[in-house]
Design a binder for this molecule. Structure first.
Ligand SMILES: [Fe+2]
Ligand SMILES: [Fe+2]
Length: 621
């Protein structure tokens, strides 16, 4: 196979792309300068995207279609590609990388070596596969999923008794086994965890090498983490935990870890993380009261405030508080109001720190911590409080998403203003209101639509930067994950205290904005709601922004507003709502949209990039 670019070129493109995403301006930068820089960025992104797509086509898609044409030199090329994305044995850490491609390459190599019966190399490739699965699927799905590689890993570990595996490949098998075990702890149960533990112990040399020791240590630290996760999960699902069975096993592990902590034999492991895991595990094992556990967390938080690095502070605060808020919310017998009061106070203390750090770093590695914290924050307080926190954070941590929601909002309001005067009956039933109410309270309804727009893609924030800000075509796995973004709102909706008509309307729009008007296609495929008229408007605005954004995205359709309107008309009544489509032809709406996708977009980008705030377009022009 002839390749246009070497694998190192891809990492170079990723780094350049990431640097472009993080463009930062100040209020003193002129609008002309900001817009010109954004235009140059968009052009440069297109060049980068073309290179990335060529690389992916040649290195990945060719062999996915025809695995049999893989030759030894191609295998070498794929190995070095995977190694560049995440160096062997290294952790992804703060690297800008591409989990989706890493996972795809790892799958190709795993299949190849299995067929070749090259067990040493198969052990390495399978290890990469499990890492890719964890980083891409598990990290984005926010649920304890069973690893699809558990059986393969266990089968491979049985080969350890034969002489088919050699050198570091043997340790890799153990490492893989630990990863697949805790990747799905809720499904695998205590018995499976014990099985993995005994396989690990039985295959270590006596005395164990430092590498083996590290594997065992990280497995045990993670076990505590996953045990706590499982206890929370079990509580949510009403499952009983077989404490008498798992308690002696985990107590033994905790004892060993405490000894290591005291003797400072952590082999590079973060002692703060270990102490946090021990504390939480003690609570779930029944060794600590809730009060003592929360006190322990507060003491740890005090220590974290004194960390010299702001990034370390933010990571620590996110980790500690997400446990604090979750445990308090789910396990405290205190009245709900009191719980919310305590949580609110903590959120207010920590959120400025999280925002400050999101200005410094914007990548998958960091966002994961913000997301952890936001997940916990969503459990507490009211929807409005949570919503304010998420918008405040998004404007720093995910500017492209914030710009998109602002654009969708402006376009949706233009459509609403026309419809509420021309076809108010179209809104009958929205937020449980009848037409008379809607006509009398059109300002309130307008504000509600505005909120629906601002929060429609909140679920995307929880998906992290799935593909390095999507500079290349999505892989099948990624597309499947992206399709889950409307559903992520569900999590917030179920936990916020109030579920009034207003919040329900915001919820319905978030959940159904990718569902067709006639309900026959799109995602998720669920029954329509009475708030469909708002979702219809939003779906059109969403689609216009995606296909015309020349300042943020590497690609757009390049279509004019009139071409787009013709397309909407062709799908009126099927994909799009007929009343909303009809509104597009009204001169006032068409002209406003025409303005918004050109100069209006420039203004929105300018305001958000220069001032980190939602533009007030109505006042400005
Ligand atoms: Fe969406
Ligand atoms: Fe959207």
């Amino acid at each position: 196979m002839k390749y246009t670019y070497p694998p190192s070129e891809y990492m170079q493109q990723l780094l350049e792309y990431n640097a472009l995403e993080k463009l930062v301006f100040t209020p003193t930068d002129s609008k002309a300068h900001i817009i010109a820089t954004l235009e140059q960025r968009s052009a440069k992104k297109r060049v980068i995207a073309d290179i990335a797509n060529t690389i992916i086509r040649e290195y990945v898609e060719t062999f996915e279609k025809e695995p049999d044409i893989l030759r030894a030199e191609d295998v070498e090329a794929l190995e070095s590609f995977a190694d560049i994305l995440i160096p062997d044995g290294g952790r992804p850490g703060k690297l800008v990388t591409d989990f989706g491609i890493y996972y795809r390459i790892s799958k190709l190599l795993t299949d190849y070596y299995r067929k070749q019966e090259d067990w040493d190399r198969y052990a390495f490739a399978l290890n990469r596969c499990t890492l890719g699965f964890d980083l891409l699927i598990n990290a984005h799905a926010f649920k304890n999923q069973a690893s699809p590689y558990f059986d393969d890993s266990l089968a491979l570990s049985r080969q350890l008794d034969s002489d088919k595996l050699h050198g570091r490949a043997r340790s890799k098998v153990l490492l893989t086994l630990t990863r697949v075990a805790y990747g799905g702890v809720s499904q695998f149960s205590a018995a499976k965890l014990r099985e993995v533990n005994s396989v690990l112990l039985s295959h270590m040399e006596q005395p164990p090498t430092e590498y083996e020791e590290k594997i065992l240590l990280s497995f045990h630290v993670s076990l505590l983490d996953y045990f706590s996760d499982y206890c929370i999960y079990a509580r949510d699902c009403g499952l009983a935990i077989d404490l008498p069975s798992i308690r002696p096993f985990l107590m033994g592990i905790c004892g060993g870890l405490r000894e290591r902590l005291e003797q400072d034999r952590l082999l590079g492991m973060d002692s703060g993380q270990l102490r946090l895991n021990l504390l939480t595990c003690d609570f779930f094992l029944g060794n600590l009261t809730l009060e003592a556990m929360l006190d322990g967390l507060s003491t740890m938080q005090e220590e974290v405030w004194h960390q010299p690095s702001p990034l370390a502070q933010a990571f620590g605060l996110a980790g500690i508080n997400s446990i604090f808020l979750t445990v308090l919310y789910k396990f405290s017998p205190l009245p709900k109001d009191e719980i919310c009061r305590i949580c609110r106070k903590r959120i207010q203390e920590v959120i400025p720190k999280m925002i400050a750090v999101s200005q410094m770093a914007n990548n998958v590695y960091f966002n994961r911590f913000i997301v952890m914290f936001l997940h916990a924050a969503s459990l507490t307080g009211s929807f409005d409080e949570f919503a304010e926190i998420i918008l405040e954070t998004t404007v720093y941590a995910d500017k492209p998403l914030f710009v998109h929601t602002a654009m969708v909002r402006e376009m949706s309001l233009a459509i609403f203003d026309y419809m509420v005067a021309a076809t108010p009956e179209a809104f009958d039933g929205v937020a449980g209101k009848n037409m008379t109410y809607i006509l009398q309270h059109s300002v309130k309804m307008r504000q509600l639509l505005s909120d629906c727009c601002m929060y429609h893609d909140v679920g995307k924030f929880f998906m992290l930067d799935i593909v390095g800000n999507s500079m290349r075509h999505l892989t099948e796995d990624e597309f499947r994950l992206i399709k889950e973004h409307p559903g992520h709102f569900e999590h917030i909706f179920q936990t916020v205290g109030e579920q009034d008509e207003r919040v329900k309307c915001i919820h319905d729009c978030a959940l159904t904005h990718h569902l067709w008007h006639d309900g026959t296609a799109g995602y998720p495929l669920i029954p329509q709601t009475k708030n469909r008229p708002f979702a219809d408007i939003l779906a059109i605005a969403d689609s216009i922004d995606a296909s015309t954004d020349f300042l943020g995205r590497p690609y757009n359709s390049g279509k004019t507003i009139d071409q787009l309107i013709t397309e909407f008309q062709a799908q009126s009544g099927t994909k799009y709502g007929p009343e909303a489509v009809a509104a597009l032809s009204a001169p006032s709406v068409r002209d406003r949209l025409q303005y918004l996708i050109n100069d209006g977009r420039r203004e929105i980008y300018y305001q958000i990039y220069a001032f980190n705030r939602l533009p007030e377009l109505e006042k400005g022009f």
